[in-house]
Design a protein around this ligand. Structure first.
Ligand code: SOE
Length: 407
């Protein structure tokens, strides 16, 4: 058995728990070229990091991410922190020769994302190249990889339209307390970067196209929220009084955009796209909807029915045409042969396991894990373009007699 890859994970909240699940599970279901060890868990609060290490079964804990970067017995740094710390940690870790996995979006600003991608390219030139990838894990849901394979095999023909939505509703209630995802300095943007980045990446991954131009708008519906310690989860203090403190929301609740595309070589394509990311779509819990329409067929995916893919094959006879509901659990579908018998299904965590598998395989093969920091930089460029477009009201045309009156 070759020497283990020792992992240090920075951040141990929702994403830290999910990544732990992936690091612990990957070797149980996939033949990894080298085993992985959960060596060091890092959290800002030393006591809570120690509790997290015990609960999540990490060998050690620290309250300083620099420990992960300086220790010789750490091979991989896995960044599961809010976006405002991604650049500092990733750039230092890469310079120290550590392989880096970083949660999405890559950074809170285009400038930081550019610095990170530059550092990732420089790290490949080191005597021992350090590899890096960004955590757009939804690509690795079997149904979306299968959709990509169908497009790649020409089963949809020429891609005409792309329709992507990422719909959540956890912020519909104005009494939901403030959290870091609502602060521009910490998160970079709201629904746009948090979940819009996912659906844009998934659409580009499935179609092989790249967003090249956008026309966009963003909307914030709730401009301040109660501070959690002054309000219960329902936004009322334990004595029923209104929250004593609030904090401003400085990001979008929803982002909507039209997109134009190029192919992977930068050649403009006639394909049209529209995307939406929202955290106030009441009733939608994690509704990731991707529809791709081509000259020969279409696919439709809904994460809330994540083990299926709808496929419309326009080449079959008219009497047989209709969207087929493919159950993406056959052993020859992507990844599924490593898991359960057909029909048993996978869940949210399995995309993260596939992410770890791809990262470890790339590190051991000496290849570039995908999505790379350059892939993630492109997504950051799209986010930046959306915010610039949304900041320019020129994209709106008033409806009314104005135009007629002017003639
Ligand atoms: C937002 O609520 C969120 O937690 C995203 O930050 C994750 O990336 C996504 O996988 C689930 O929803």
């Amino acid at each position: 058995m070759s020497e283990a890859l020792r992992v240090a994970m920075v951040g141990h909240a929702f994403m830290g728990r999910m990544h732990t699940q992936a690091w612990k599970t990957a070797g149980r279901f996939f033949d990894l070229p080298r085993p992985v060890e959960c060596t060091l868990l890092v959290g800002r609060d030393g006591d809570r990091a120690a509790q997290g290490a015990t609960r999540l079964e990490w060998a050690e804990s620290s309250d300083d991410w620099r420990t992960a970067v300086t220790r010789d017995d750490i091979d991989i740094v896995d960044i599961c922190t809010p976006g405002d710390s991604h650049a500092e940690i990733a750039i230092a870790a890469l310079a120290a020769g550590k392989h880096v996995m970083c949660e999405k979006p890559l950074a809170t600003t285009l400038a930081d994302a550019t610095r990170m991608a530059d550092a990732a390219r420089a790290a490949l030139e080191q005597p021992e190249p350090a590899r890096s990838m960004c955590g757009f894990s939804y690509r690795l849901v079997p149904a979306l990889t299968h959709a990509r394979d169908l497009v790649g095999a020409g089963r949809l023909g020429e891609i005409l339209q792309v329709r992507g939505r990422y719909l959540q509703d956890w912020l519909t209630d104005p009494q939901v307390p403030w959290s870091w995802r609502l602060d521009k300095d910490i998160a970079g943007s709201g629904a746009l970067g948090d979940i819009g980045a996912h659906i844009i990446d998934a659409a580009e991954y499935v179609t092989g196209l790249r967003v090249s131009q956008v026309a966009a708008t963003v909307q914030t519906f709730v401009h301040e929220r109660p501070v959690a310690d002054s309000a219960s989860a329902l936004g009322r203090a334990v004595d029923g009084s209104a929250p004593t403190q609030t904090r401003p929301v400085t990001v979008d609740d929803a982002a909507l955009l039209l997109a134009r595309f190029t192919d992977a070589d930068g050649r403009p394509r006639p394909t049209t796209g529209n995307f939406e990311a929202t955290r106030v779509a009441t009733g939608r819990k994690n509704g990731i909807h991707l529809e791709v329409n081509g000259t020969l067929g279409s696919i439709f995916f809904d994460f809330e029915d994540m083990n299926t893919l709808q496929f419309y094959d326009a080449s079959v006879s008219g009497t047989e045409q209709g969207f087929t509901r493919i159950l993406v659990t056959q052993p020859d579908h992507p990844f599924t042969g490593h898991w359960w018998p057909t029909g048993h299904g996978l869940g949210y965590e399995h995309g993260f396991v596939h992410q770890v598998v791809g990262f470890v395989q790339a590190i051991c093969d000496g290849t570039q894990p995908r999505p790379s920091f350059d892939d993630a930089l492109h997504i950051q460029q799209v986010l930046d373009a959306v915010e610039r477009s949304a900041g320019d009201d020129a994209c709106w045309t008033p409806v009314g007699p104005g135009a007629a009156a002017a003639n």
